[in-house]
Design a protein around this ligand. Structure first.
Ligand code: CTP
Length: 395
């Protein structure tokens, strides 16, 4: 499955460093060529010799050791890598990578790679929770570094909380997913909407919702990786859009409607993951509304239903995917929505489940097709959900 793939496995000094041996072993069994880089601290926890035998390759530790070839080792390892996985990743390596610090073999190599980077953090729960560590993780995520989230459980330090290294099997699965990504959307144009809309009341205030845009941006990113041309029509978010997408920024539902309609014809697949506001204030006050009237009443008027409009004007062969957010009767309400809006698929989100919906990096969805096929997915990263949506549509 991973024949011909070069996996660079970085091991840092966490107690779970021994689990990296299992990761290396599983990767070798899948056919990958594994090169291990250890930090000095990691070598205090696991003998480099163990990794040498498991990976059948020399283990890199020292920047100034005599390289195997004329090229500096960190460059030759970086050049041939198809993926760099760091497991376990301590707060220290995360901080170094987030700020471009290169002071040992692993951090220097990480700056030189051009392949995807995957990080599996492991540390004490309070350290993981620390605002600076979280900021560093965010910086890396904004730079497209992928993460396998730490898990809850008993930690080596005696605490119980989030910070355990993810299960090696899960980490290896994620590596396989990244390395075997298909280019099955080559030549297709995908239009994705993301984020909330803002419906202005006056120059200062607006009505909006809690959508972060993470789901839509993940869809855009995955579509690009799978070879598609992507048009991303987005409401206001804090996320950096993928470089290669054509990005159209909008604020209101009406602006989103116009942008979608003028780009819909060229799209093979349209995915409406934006949380479009159903209503807008009927009156827009040119001046800031003053607090001098006592109680006031806001009159709202309906926004166009973009998804329904797309469903009505679907061109031959076009696939339209809607999202559905529900707090009760998920399946029943979502199937109703699919039929009413003439969509081909609905991705249903159950907002009552922890880990699903707004703002999170994960989601729990059920995908429903117009022919009645229902696929329930477990808790996954939004990135993996995006892949699962395309797998389902293409099938
Ligand atoms: N949608 C849209 N235009 C709107 C409202 C929603 O295109 N004015 C799309 C969303 O992008 C999503 C789907 O419709 O793909 C479902 O949105 P949801 O808010 O769950 O459903 P509504 O149709 O708004 O119904 P309700 O709020 O009554 O559940």
């Amino acid at each position: 499955m991973l024949n011909g793939k070069n996996v660079l496995l970085g091991v840092t000094g966490g107690i779970s460093a021994y689990k990296a041996v299992e990761i290396a072993s599983r990767l070798v069994k899948l056919g990958a060529n594994v090169n291990v880089i250890m930090t000095k601290n990691a070598t205090k926890l696991v003998q480099p010799l163990t990794f040498r035998y498991i990976s059948r390759n020399p283990v890199a530790i020292d920047m100034f050791a005599e390289p195997e070839s004329w090229k500096p080792e960190h460059i030759s390892l970086a050049d041939k890598a198809d993926i760099l996985i760091i497991a376990p990743a301590t707060a220290n390596i995360i901080a170094k990578l987030a700020h471009g610090i290169a002071d040992d073999m692993l951090s220097t190599t990480a700056l030189a790679v051009r392949c995807p980077i995957l990080i599996a953090p492991a540390m004490n729960c309070n350290m993981l929770d620390n605002a600076i560590v979280q900021e560093n993780i965010k910086i890396l995520k904004d730079h497209k570094v992928e993460f396998v989230e730490s898990e809850y459980g008993m930690l080596a330090c005696g605490y119980e909380g989030k910070g355990r290294l993810a299960d090696p099997e899960k980490i290896v699965q994620k590596i396989v997913n990244i390395l075997t990504i298909k280019r099955d959307l080559e030549g297709k144009t995908i239009l994705v909407t993301a984020g909330p809309t803002r419906e202005a009341l006056d120059p200062v205030r607006f009505i909006s919702n809690r959508s972060s845009g993470k789901m839509g941006y993940a869809i855009a990113e995955v579509a690009l990786k799978r070879g598609a041309n992507v048009i991303l029509i987005t409401g206001p978010t804090n996320i950096t859009p993928p470089d290669k997408a054509k990005v159209i920024n909008v604020e209101s539902a009406l602006q989103m409607y116009d942008a979608v309609m003028s780009n819909a014809l060229q799209a093979d697949i349209i995915i409406m993951s934006a949380a479009v506001s159903d209503y807008r204030p009927k009156e827009f006050s040119q001046q800031k509304i003053k607090r001098d009237k006592g109680e006031i009443t806001l009159v709202l008027e309906e926004n166009p239903d973009i998804l329904a409009e797309l469903g009505k004007n679907k061109r031959g062969g076009q696939i339209i995917v809607g999202f559905s957010m529900e707090t009760e009767n998920l399946l029943e309400n979502s199937i109703k929505k699919l039929k009413k809006k003439n969509a081909d698929f609905i991705v249903a989100n159950d907002l009552s489940k922890e880990g699903a919906g707004f703002g999170t990096d994960t989601n729990i969805v059920t995908i429903i097709s117009a022919d009645g096929e229902v696929k329930e997915l477990p808790l996954m990263s939004k990135h993996d959900v995006a892949n699962a949506i395309f797998d389902f549509i293409i099938k």
